[in-house]
Design a protein around this ligand. Structure first.
Ligand SMILES: Nc1ncnc2c1ncn2[C@@H]1O[C@H](COP(=O)(O)OP(=O)(O)O)[C@@H](O)[C@H]1O
Ligand SMILES: [Mg+2]
Length: 278
């Protein structure tokens, strides 16, 4: 069980405060959606939590342990899993070999105990069995012999989630996970997030601007605006609050409940060069 928390977390870029004193705790078994207009600081907040970016103030803790001084790789080892940031997919190895290596990397030295052939063989079996179970969980067991380089984009993303599982991540962070995915791939990733949610020991953070997705998946919504936390609560309550409707999400009540998932965002700056999701 891992409780992730940020305490007065802040980062300044020159004179601009991109994340401004955010104090928030994230419970295991809870999916928290992080919403807010483009440029609100959502990605920067993730970067500060995962260690891609160094805070200028405040702290990040996991189960009370201060991670603030750690580089991203150590935070990953501590249990923070930032999806789709992994650079350690091995394209020329198979799907199973990739997951097996991640399972092995998560080991605490147990799988490096000298030249006893019997224990090497049984460790190897155990690693492979764990990797196979994870591939069943993410629905990729039929592809375990395929080379990663030959996988479609959606499968590579599923595999990245499998690697986080294999590494023993307690916290899963998704920043607009379906951005850039085609209509067939997006539901696959959303299903995977639904599946992760079934595990009460996992803490899930999801940045998502599609309100129908947020409405369905979130147990809680927090709203960032100009780097500050401006709302936090039950999804229905936060979505319905006038402050979120009008000022922060920039959507009308009608649009927020529409089914197309891409509500208009009048009054917000353009979405900075990234193509709109389907
Ligand atoms: N490395 C950086 N240097 C300078 N400004 C940055 C940097 N990263 C983000 N910003 C600025 O911080 C603000 C928040 O950006 P971002 O976290 O990407 O917003 P969001 O993900 O909510 O759309 C924006 O004004 C952005 O231009
Ligand atoms: Mg962003």
């Amino acid at each position: 069980m891992s409780l992730l928390a940020t305490h007065d977390l802040t980062v300044r870029f020159g004179g601009h405060v991109a994340v401004n004193g955010v104090t928030c705790a994230f419970q295991p078994g809870t999916l928290t959606a992080i919403v807010g207009p483009n440029g609100a600081g959502k990605t920067t907040y993730f970067n500060l939590i995962s260690g891609q970016l160094k805070a200028t103030g405040g702290r990040v803790t996991l189960d009370g342990h201060d991670l603030s001084g750690m580089p991203a790789s150590e935070r990953t080892r501590a249990g923070l899993g930032r999806a789709f940031q992994l650079t350690n997919l091995f394209p020329r190895l198979t799907v199973l070999e990739n997951v097996r290596l991640a399972v092995q990397a998560s080991g605490d030295g147990k799988h490096r105990r000298g030249l006893n052939l019997w224990s090497i063989w049984s460790d190897h079996r155990e690693l492979i069995e764990r990797a196979e179970r994870i591939l069943v969980t993410v629905g990729m067991s039929g592809k375990q012999g395929e080379l990663v380089a030959s996988l479609p984009h959606g499968d590579q993303r599923k595999l990245e989630v499998a690697l986080l599982m294999a590494l023993g991540s307690q916290v899963f962070m998704f920043d607009e996970p379906t951005a850039g995915m085609n209509a067939a791939e997006a539901p696959v990733i959303l299903n995977l997030i639904r599946k992760l949610k079934e595990d009460p020991s996992k803490t899930i953070l999801l940045v998502e601007h599609k309100m129908d997705v947020v409405r369905e998946l979130a147990d809680r919504i927090i709203v960032l605006h100009n780097g500050a936390l401006v709302a936090d609560g039950e999804p229905a309550e936060v979505i319905a609050s006038p402050i979120v409707q009008e000022a922060y999400l920039g959507v009308s009540a009608q649009a927020a409940s529409s089914q197309d998932g891409t509500p208009p965002q009048p009054g917000l700056p353009p979405r900075g060069g990234r193509s709109e999701d389907k």
